[in-house]
Ligand binder design. Sequence first.
Ligand code: CTP
Length: 319
Amino acid sequence: NANPKPLVSEGEDKSPDPPSYSNNTTKLSTDNWTFNRTLSNLIRKNILRFFDPERDISILKGTLKPGDVIHYIFDRQSTTNISENLYQLLPTASPMKNQHHRRCAIIGNSGILLNSSCGPEIDSYDFVIRCNLAPVEEYAGDVGRRTNLVTMNPSVVQRAFQDLASEEWRERFLQRLRSLSGSVLWIPAFMAKGGEERVEWAIRLILLHTVDVHTAFPSLRLLHAVRGYWLTNNVQIKRPTTGLLMYTMATRFCEEIHLYGFWPFPQDSQGKPVKYHYYDTLTYEYTSHASPHTMPLEFRTLSSLHRQGALRLHTGSCD
Ligand code: CTP
């Protein structure tokens, strides 16, 4: 049996159907979607058997000290040290401690968002999660502005902020961070080697300018745990994308989860071209060679959960 045994104790919802992840189609019905609370609760419980997102969302200050050696998660042979600056930005308690939200939106970065007019709808959620510091201001009508948690892969510092090499780029980066005031900035600093300088430059600026963000650095076990959860459900994901990581973690903090901007295909359902990202010129060709992700498989998995009512994927216009 590929599905984990439902973890439901006596007296609770009796034997809900376990989620099915195997349906192989990407077709989505949006008209008659209803939230399946029982299934959503079951998924949360099953994920909690692998890890607790409240805890694993960040390494805490007490658990490490400056100078400690860390092995990268994907490059176990390579190590880095906890810098003084990074140590200063480790939280003392989980930035998501005791947070529970009724309706959350997770915003992926697909070009499917362009001309969607989904901005106001997205801004109406209780908690909005975004990926990789994607810009919002210039695209607010389609993607909204509200941000409660945003991720930042080290590669973003290079790709979107030119390695902070000039005063102009440092200022742009700071401006983006200042607009996040009070939000969680989630930096997966120890996934793969090569980004340590970029993380260091970024956090130096955050400290120097006392930017009001709650930094978080995912625990070293998070990725394996997320992969373990999906593998146990027969979804063979080598390296989960940021979007899937966010969904898996959000199940802990959110009741209803809505996904926007998840569409890893170069055409929409009518055959019109769709940009890889809504805000830059990266192409599908580039990512299919360079990326270890299996986004279409993730999308099929999310579509299947959409059909079962565990989450809602929004891939059309919000007009
Ligand atoms: N995404 C998607 N379809 C796209 C682009 C992105 O579904 N065409 C989703 C993915 O879940 C992705 C998330 O949106 O993780 C955020 O996009 P991006 O910043 O490209 O994330 P990653 O690919 O995970 O980041 P990286 O390339 O740095 O690994």
